[in-house]
Structures are given as structure tokens and as C-alpha cells.
Design a protein around this ligand. Structure first.
Ligand code: C2E
Ligand code: MG
Ligand code: MG
Ligand code: MG
Length: 289
């Protein structure tokens, strides 16, 4: 009967719900400890010009390897950090680490992903400036990547913080453009320095006229607005040729390099420079991919 069904349904669903809540709870506790115990690290993925002559910047990407060797991907722990407020401490840790490391790579801009919640922290801009000062890094060497979600809601807190950072010389990039509910009006609401076209457009392009047309239009639009255009997720030489033909400024993706440890990045930069300068024979492997 209905009563029995109801009871059955409850007993069927409740454990799953609890498990879900528990694991998120568990992850947030573990993440807090990981942050304290230095289990987190940063990987760095280089971005080059489309002629592949120069590495212009590196994107810092958070990494978490547990004691037992389990790797937790950022797609899992960043959302948990955002929900629990831990993103503030984590974000400060990332900024500190990236700005300290930047000295190993002169002339290379370091990009850091920043979640909208971090801007809600009243003294976020001051904290960023304090981190730059403490690490003796000029603001121009730091780029902040935000996604379209910064435009959600009516509150202008995030945009105001971005305006202040930009005014102080920090670069600001719009990340994953086109992946969410992109609106072209966003591009009028904030003068981004950099526009990063989501890798979905890049991976769809191979021979797909619609995807190609959209990609070309975004490149043109972004350039008309004076932004530096980055194509994300470059994995093939054909994609590079296409970007070159359409004068895209920069590219990022496994074809250039996967995210690297700081040590591996230093080596990569050396090899890359030597290849660009013709000091190494053709076919020399930049890295084991
Ligand atoms: P994102 O900012 O768009 O970072 C680029 C992601 O694409 C990275 O994944 C990178 O490894 C991946 N990727 C780069 N090139 C290629 C390619 O050619 N092919 C494919 N298939 N993938 C490529 P990752 O490191 O797993 O990061 C995922 C997301 O996690 C990031 O996306 C970013 O939104 C978030 N994230 C990572 N670190 C942080 C952080 O410190 N703070 C915040 N707030 N978010 C972070
Ligand atoms: Mg990013
Ligand atoms: Mg991105
Ligand atoms: Mg993306």
C-alpha cells in the first residue's frame, strides 16, 4: 500500500543522500587538512604566441595528491572549497605560491584562477596587493582569470574589485568564454585584457563550418575590442594552422604542453627558447607528453 511504498522509498533514498553529504563533508575536512599539511601543489601550463616562438604566460592550476597517492581533480575539490568557504584560504595560498614562483620565470606572466566568492571577501584586493608586495612582484606580472559567473546577480562587488585590480596594473582575463550562458554584453561591462575562448569551440572546429565560423567571429570581435585572444585546448597541428590563419594571438593546450611541475616548467622554458632560437635540432622533444 501507499504507506509501505512511502517507507520503502524513504529507506531507498536516504542512505544515498547521507552518503553524498558525508563525502562532501569528508572532502572539505580533508581539504582543510591538506591545505595545512602542504598536500596541495600547483601545476603550471604554458601559453605561447600562435607562431610558437615565445612562452608569454603560465596558468597556475591547483593540484591535490592525498597521502595514499590518490589524485583529486580540481573539478571535484574546487566546487567543495567554494561551497564551504575554504576557497578563500585556498585562493590566498594559490596566489602566494604562484607569485613566489614567478621569479623563476622572468618576463613570464603568471595567471591565477579566482572564484567569484573570493571577491566577496571584503579585503580581497588589498590581500592581492599585499601578496604582490611581499613577493616583490610587479602587478603586471599577475593575471587573474575569472569566468562569466562573475556577472551573475545584480551585485557589482566582483566587477568593482576587478576594476580596482586592473587600475593597479593586474591583468584580467575572461576564462572559458562561450562555455556558459555567454552574453556579448558582458564584454561591454568590463574591459578584459584577455579573452580565453573555451576549448569546446576549439575541439568542435575540426572541419565543422559552424564551429569555425563562431571561432573566427569571436577572434575578430575580441580583437576589435582590443583584447588579447587565447584559444584553449589546442591539441593538433591543424588547430594551430587554423589559429595562425585567423591571427589569434595566443594558444594553450596539450600540444604546446600539459600542466607541469615548477621544475619541469623551468626546463621546458629553457628547451623552448633553445628551439625557437634554432639551437636544437628539429624533432627535439620538448617533453615526454
Ligand atoms: P581552466 O581554468 O579552464 O583550466 C584549464 C583546464 O583545461 C585545466 O584542467 C587544464 O589541464 C585543461 N587543459 C589544458 N589544455 C588542455 C587540452 O589541450 N586538452 C584538454 N582536454 N584539457 C586541457 P584542470 O587543471 O583540471 O582544471 C580544471 C578547472 O579547475 C580550471 O579550468 C579552473 O576552473 C579550476 N581550477 C584549477 N585550479 C584552480 C584554482 O587555483 N582556483 C580556482 N578558483 N579554480 C581552479
Ligand atoms: Mg583558467
Ligand atoms: Mg580556461
Ligand atoms: Mg576551459
Amino acid at each position: 500500500d501507499a504507506k509501505a511504498n512511502g517507507r520503502n522509498r524513504r529507506s531507498f533514498f536516504e542512505p544515498t543522500m547521507e552518503q553524498h553529504v558525508q563525502s562532501k563533508d569528508k572532502m572539505s575536512r580533508e581539504l582543510r587538512l591538506a591545505l595545512r599539511n602542504d598536500e596541495l601543489d600547483l601545476a603550471y601550463q604554458p601559453l605561447s604566441d600562435t607562431d610558437a616562438k615565445k612562452i608569454v604566460s603560465v596558468e597556475a592550476l591547483a593540484r591535490w595528491t592525498k597521502d595514499d597517492g590518490t589524485v583529486v581533480p580540481p573539478s571535484q575539490f574546487i566546487p567543495v572549497a567554494e561551497e564551504t568557504g575554504l576557497i578563500n584560504d585556498l585562493g590566498i595560498w594559490v596566489l602566494n605560491k604562484a607569485c613566489a614562483r614567478a621569479h623563476d620565470w622572468p618576463g613570464v606572466v603568471v595567471s591565477v584562477n579566482v572564484s567569484p566568492n573570493q571577491f566577496k571577501h571584503p579585503r580581497f584586493v588589498e590581500k592581492v596587493m599585499a601578496i604582490l608586495a611581499a613577493n616583490n612582484l610587479p602587478p603586471e606580472r599577475l593575471e587573474i582569470e575569472v569566468t562569466e559567473s562573475v556577472f551573475a546577480g545584480r551585485d557589482d562587488t566582483v566587477l568593482n574589485a576587478l576594476r580596482r585590480l586592473k587600475g593597479l596594473g593586474v591583468k584580467v582575463a575572461l576564462d572559458d568564454f562561450g562555455s556558459g550562458y555567454s552574453s556579448l554584453s558582458y564584454l561591454r561591462r568590463f574591459p578584459f585584457d584577455t579573452l580565453k575562448i573555451d576549448r569546446d569551440f576549439v575541439s568542435d572546429m575540426n572541419g565543422n563550418p559552424e564551429a569555425e565560423a563562431i571561432l573566427v567571429s569571436i577572434i575578430q570581435l575580441g580583437k576589435a575590442l582590443g583584447m588579447t585572444i587565447v584559444a584553449e585546448g589546442i591539441e593538433t597541428i591543424d588547430q594551430i594552422r587554423f589559429l595562425q590563419a585567423h591571427d589569434c594571438h595566443r594558444m594553450q593546450g596539450y600540444f604546446i604542453s600539459r600542466p607541469l611541475t615548477s621544475t619541469a616548467l623551468s626546463q621546458f622554458l629553457e628547451n623552448f627558447q633553445a628551439i625557437a632560437a634554432g639551437e636544437l635540432p628539429d624533432g627535439f622533444e620538448l617533453q615526454a607528453q
